[in-house]
Write a protein that binds this ligand. Structure first.
Ligand SMILES: Cc1cc2nc3c(=O)[nH]c(=O)nc-3n(C[C@H](O)[C@H](O)[C@H](O)COP(=O)(O)OP(=O)(O)OC[C@H]3O[C@@H](n4cnc5c(N)ncnc54)[C@H](O)[C@@H]3O)c2cc1C
Ligand code: SF4
Length: 325
């Protein structure tokens, strides 16, 4: 492995100053160390942020606040998370493995890198790893790749499960950077690849994720995360759906829907949500809304099955959400 330095951050300000000049934050290390071992990423200076006071889970009114250093396992097991935002807990439990969830932080989860196998193969073209080198996946094995938000430069899916739930629930993110603090929707963190797939997120140089805020809503407790994958555990989604329904007097008042495993970023489905509002929560309404999810899909040689699997997964997730509503 190549040489690098590792320092413990004494304060958020010191960490941010170091990151603004090229150092990289490290939290659980479950993404970054993997990629360093394979030399896909070669940072020279790491700032260990685990000593900063960025953990913990708080409740403010109906809103849930999750520190960037809270571990996936702790968030999933937290009583307030399970009570106020069961979708967050369920999407976390469906991700990775127990060992990984014990190490992996929520902030790191947002910035995990793609699982496209070619991204990790240094001897093949990958525009995300090496801009301008081509995309081996487009003509390669692409069963796991995206059908929404793709470009001729990159077709990799965003791999996070909990990000799909956060996007469905209109969560926001607070970050601290050299210019101070700002908050924005989690959805706006993720870029689609376009012709610059190496630019994956909208954080400014040095910005540190501090906290996630998940607002309460009439649908929050009536929500389910369904993940379809090749094996039942320790596997990324082929298609996943986060569905939440507010049902009043037998009619859907509000719906929230986002999908994973199909988009180059966690994919919110606002047209489906609008189609569900005012309808009875039955299979016909779910199927009609789910069909809208496939608008604009660009299937590849091996992943056309996702065009069929996507609406089916959405219908089942909506049925499950309807059962708890
Ligand atoms: C085998 C395997 C299977 C997995 N399966 C799944 C799965 O099914 N579903 C799923 O959702 N995830 C899965 N993951 C991904 C896992 O959830 C992430 O690796 C983990 O959440 C990353 O968190 P971390 O704290 O370890 O991040 P690190 O590796 O420490 O950091 C990751 C990136 O985030 C940056 N970073 C970390 N914290 C901050 C912060 N506070 N502010 C700004 N930047 C920060 C780092 O600089 C780095 O670029 C899997 C991972 C592995 C290795
Ligand atoms: S899909 Fe994206 S990550 Fe995969 S090889 Fe192509 S450019 Fe690289």
């Amino acid at each position: 492995m190549f040489p690098f330095t590792l320092e413990k951050a004494g304060s958020a300000e010191a960490a941010i100053a170091a990151a603004a000049t090229g150092a990289r934050y490290i939290a659980g290390g479950t993404t970054l160390i993997d990629l360093m071992r394979e030399e896909v990423e070669r940072p020279e200076r790491l700032i260990d942020i685990n000593g900063l006071p960025l953990g913990g889970i708080r409740v403010e009114g109906d809103d849930l606040l999750i520190g960037a250093l809270a571990r996936m396992a702790d968030v999933a097991a937290d009583n307030n998370v399970q009570r106020l935002q069961p979708l967050i807990a369920e999407s976390l439990i469906e991700g990775a493995s127990p060992q990984l969830r014990n190490m992996a932080s929520m902030g790191g989860n947002m910035l995990q890198r793609v699982r496209c196998p070619y991204f990790r193969m240094l001897d093949v073209g990958c525009n995300k790893r090496t801009p301008g080198s081509g995309c081996a996946a487009i003509e390669g094995i692409n069963a796991g790749h995206a059908i929404l938000g793709t470009s001729d430069y990159c077709v990799a899916t965003h791999p996070s499960d909990v990000a799909v739930a956060l996007v469905a629930l209109d969560a926001t993110m607070r970050v601290h950077g050299p210019q101070g603090e700002r908050s924005f929707p989690v959805e706006d963190l993720f870029r689609i690849p376009g012709d610059t797939p190496h630019l994956e997120h909208t954080l400014l140089p040095g910005e540190l994720i501090v906290e996630l805020r998940v607002p309460g809503g009439p649908y929050a407790r009536n929500a389910r995360y369904l993940k379809v994958r090749d094996r039942a555990s320790y596997e990324f989604a082929l298609v996943s759906a986060a569905a939440a329904l507010a049902i009043e007097n037998g009619v859907i008042r509000e719906a929230r829907l986002a999908v994973g495993g199909v988009g180059t970023r966690p994919w919110r489905l606002r047209a489906c949500e609008a189609a569900l509002a005012g309808k009875k929560p039955d299979r016909q309404a779910f199927e009609e809304a789910a069909e809208l999810a496939t608008e604009g899909v660009r299937p590849l040689h091996h992943n056309a099955f996702k065009v069929v699997l996507l609406p089916r997964t959405i219908v089942r997730a909506l049925e499950l959400a309807g059962e708890v509503a």
